[in-house]
Design a protein around this ligand. Structure first.
Ligand code: SF4
Length: 213
């Protein structure tokens, strides 16, 4: 009830979302039920160390930054993360979670910012998208699409309209690293007059393909 399997923790620059550029504590949880073809964190599928909430919190420093991002793997695969994130909020941290839209988000503390990664066909996991999650999102959350190709782009545009996603919260389009050129995605967004935010993975611009620092 008060422990989690942790793959890694590090202090770095947030590379994505509206918090991009902010110094952030990252907590990566072990395990993921999906196998996206472009996954860059396969090392988080299995290896990890069991840590108590207090042990994890002792490695954070609110004086460095109050921003904490919980990620994976798929962090919601470990149910204790729900209690853990509430505890971080109680301690004054500003918490965000990156989740892959294959597990219900309905029990996430309302103080937590949710980044919901809707899976496109390019991931080969789009059939795992949990449509019921969209009604659980707040206006302060964010929906993210990783775009691998023109087909993915067209799919995402149609999917957004079909599920009325513009009326929920900001939408992010992120190019799949090494697959979709940033300039091509920028032009597609402009040519189609989309009301989405283009984002890069700033940490990869800074440090290359490694995650974080
Ligand atoms: S959901 Fe994330 S961690 Fe899991 S396979 Fe897909 S990209 Fe990798």
């Amino acid at each position: 009830m008060t422990s989690l399997i942790i793959n890694e923790m590090f202090y770095s620059i947030q590379g994505e979302t509206s918090r991009s550029g902010l110094p952030t504590h990252f907590i990566r949880l072990t395990g993921c039920p999906l196998r996206c073809v472009y996954c860059d964190t396969e090392y988080a599928f299995r290896s990890g160390t069991k840590m108590t909430f207090d042990e994890i919190i002792s490695k954070l420093n609110i004086n460095l930054t109050k921003f904490v991002t919980v990620t994976g793997g798929e962090p919601l695969a470990q149910k204790n993360v729900l209690f853990f994130m509430s505890k971080l909020c109680d301690l004054g941290y500003s918490v965000s979670i990156e989740t892959s839209n294959c597990i219900s988000i309905k029990d996430i503390d309302s103080r937590v910012s949710i980044i919901l990664d809707v899976k496109t066909p390019g991931s080969q996991e789009e059939d795992k998208n949990l449509i019921s999650n969209y009604q659980e999102l707040k206006s302060s959350d964010e929906i993210k699409f990783v775009i691998c190709s023109l087909d993915d782009f067209n799919w995402a545009v149609e999917y957004i309209n079909q599920n009325n996603l513009y009326n929920i919260c900001p939408i992010l389009f992120s190019p799949s690293y090494g697959e979709m050129p940033l300039q091509e995605l920028a032009n597609l967004i402009l040519d189609n007059s989309l009301k989405v935010r283009l984002q890069t993975q700033l940490h990869k611009t800074i440090w290359g393909e490694i995650n974080g620092k």
